[in-house]
Ligand binder design. Sequence first.
Ligand SMILES: [Zn+2]
Length: 351
Amino acid sequence: MKRNTSAAKAIVCTVVLWTIPLLLAAQRSVPKLEDLPRRAIDTLDTDDSNIKIVIFTNNTWCYYYPDLNERMDREVYREHWVNDRVFAYTDIQLKELPPVIDLQLIDRYGDFHAPAIGKVFSKYGTRGRRRHQGVDIPLSVGEPIYAAFNGKVRYARYNTGGYGNLVIIRHENGLETWYAHLTRCNVAQDDYVTAGTVIGFCGNTGRSRGAHLHFEMRYCDQAFDPEHLIDFSTGDLRYQTFALDRSFFSIYSRASETLEEEDDYDESLLAVHSPDGELTSEDILENIESTTQAAIKQEQAKTDPLYHTIRRGDYLGKIARQYGTTVKRLCQLNNISEDAIIREGRKLRVR
Ligand SMILES: [Zn+2]
């Protein structure tokens, strides 16, 4: 019995030992070119003296920046460069910007990577007194967030104004991209990053309820709608070059150092209107907007004076009932006594 077991073990071992090299050989038979060890074989010039292309033996290539320091020292990364404040262009007003700013977004040296892919739950825009200067994309905690374009990290720290862990990257065309509520920053200020670098992870820090990426695009501190440029549902960039019209900014573009988040939304409204998730975020925001507008109108209406022209058969008690007020209030408003005779055709202030 014992001998039989030993024999079986020996057979199994032999089979395994013979199989391993066969498996390895099978794997070796389909090598991927790009997995092979690579050695640079050539360097090509581009029409930018700061950028070369390196060709490798395994048929791959990459951009090479002979002088990264020079690249990071470009004027756009030196002028108005502050690391401890979110706004860097406080001496430039919106009206001083040119009517149209031509932005080269990507070229053969600079790529694009969507910061995150997902449905925009809360859009850019102003609603009543609230302003939302970016877009919100709900994601799971810890999902990587990517640099949209090549650039230099201007700001990477915890922001007490509501953004939580916030990374701001300035790009060579002057555009800045903001990534807020991160669990932590994965880059440090003054780092040079390329499009697709993981700059942090989705979180819920700062004034935020629920893990999401709050993403902004700004030029000279002025915010505009990132959805002009990025389709967040597919992760695609809409244009290679973009004419940023000054009208895309709003008077609120740089109104506040602090984040005015969607936290102001009435939670009960969200709960009532989206019990089964059938309504889109646009519907919900529209509900919020119309409710807000109605409330504002109601408030304004309460303060506007209102007059009633006295008709035959009117008396103070009847008029008070009609306008939801009291006789006493009517007398105060019109400076009359409660037993005053009111004449037909006279105007009586009722509010
Ligand atoms: Zn937001």
